[in-house]
Design a protein. Structure first.
Length: 87
């Protein structure tokens, strides 16, 4: 189960405020580090954790956005392979 971590942030794209996050890591004491990826639950925009920003996250750079899309594509391909292997 993914732990629930208290962390305030506001989406750079839609302004949605969030007071907690969930980590894919099982460590409940894990806090996001600068440069870690986040995804807005309201508008699905990718964001980058950045404790120097007032809202806690920032818009990804073009390179970070490309890396995010490559990660999503790899995860989706893996899921498709797993589903087809079960047939």
């Amino acid at each position: 189960m993914m732990p629930h971590i208290k962390y305030h942030s506001r989406c750079w794209n839609c302004g949605h405020e969030c007071d907690s996050i969930r980590s894919i890591d099982s460590n409940p004491d894990l806090k996001p580090s600068n440069g870690d990826l986040s995804i807005c639950l309201k508008c699905s925009s990718p964001a980058i954790f950045d404790d120097t920003m007032p809202d806690g996250v920032r818009k990804p750079t073009p390179q970070e956005k490309r890396e995010f899309l490559e990660l999503v594509e790899a995860v989706m391909m893996d899921m498709m392979h797993q589903m087809s292997a079960k047939r």
